[in-house]
Design a binder for this molecule. Sequence first.
Ligand code: SIN
Length: 326
Amino acid sequence: MPRLALIATGGTIAGSGSQENYTAGVLGADVLLGAVAELRRLADWHVEQPFALDSRDMEPAHWLLLAARVQAMLDDPAIDGIVITHGTDTLEESAFALDLLLPAGKPVVLTAAMRPATSLSSDGPLNLLQAACVALHPAARERGVLVVANGLIIAAQQLRKTSTHAVEALQPQAGAAPLGQVIGEIVQLPPGQPPRSAPLQVQPGELPRVDILYAHAGATPDLIAACVAAGARGLVLALSGHGSIPQSWRPALAQARASSLQVVRATRISAGGVWPNCNEDDTANGWLAAGPLSPQQARVLLILALAGQAHPDPQPLSGLFARYHA
Ligand code: SIN
């Protein structure tokens, strides 16, 4: 019998109440496991619950804690794969953080739900079962972190939450296809390329502050100075169009760069991304371009990269972002 680890972290999948009014993260890991009889038929389970959160309250320190628990499961020869339950709201960020922090190898599969466990037609039980099926599938090895929801298998980097309430909210980013699908317990996952890069090295400890500023008509530049004054080491700009910098922001951004703040151009548009030296001179200004990463994913990468820079083997920032420009 294979052995899987279930690491439960909260979310609507562990929520109690009706769809319009519920509390996330109140049901324990054993309750989730006990709700689906097939899970015990598929595998023996090691169960952990490092925290139980509505994922809106997830912090970068939780990514490191979670990565450490997953790493322990990867190192345990008795465990064949890892399933993590999580809220959908910041799943994009945690999935990407884990993908950056963990080595490829055994399957690591995140899942979630849009409807609380106690509501009618809850999607959590089937998502959990299908996540377990993927975690047991040989083609899920060496793929980096995967997300399984609503019958889709999605690479962590491509995950987007696309609806506030629809059951099919978790999708690959615009223009990308899912890696595979799950029909009942049948996993359709064609073999993939091995993941590209070694995991980022980040020591536990205080993580740098990185803020996201959202551009809009009439956006004033004073928030840039406020971020610097608050101790931010990085700023991700969720810009209009192809990463267009408002003219009124340029002097404040130049000042921020002069005080070593890292600036990433990203976009508030869901498709297309922001590419280096397109529409702006990133090289001259010392800015980074997010490529296909969403502003919140670019922030994850910048936090972890800046945290790694304090350590003996600094990871050059432009090279890290360039991984996503190919
Ligand atoms: C959460 O993200 O924890 C609540 C919302 C959800 O899981 O859909």
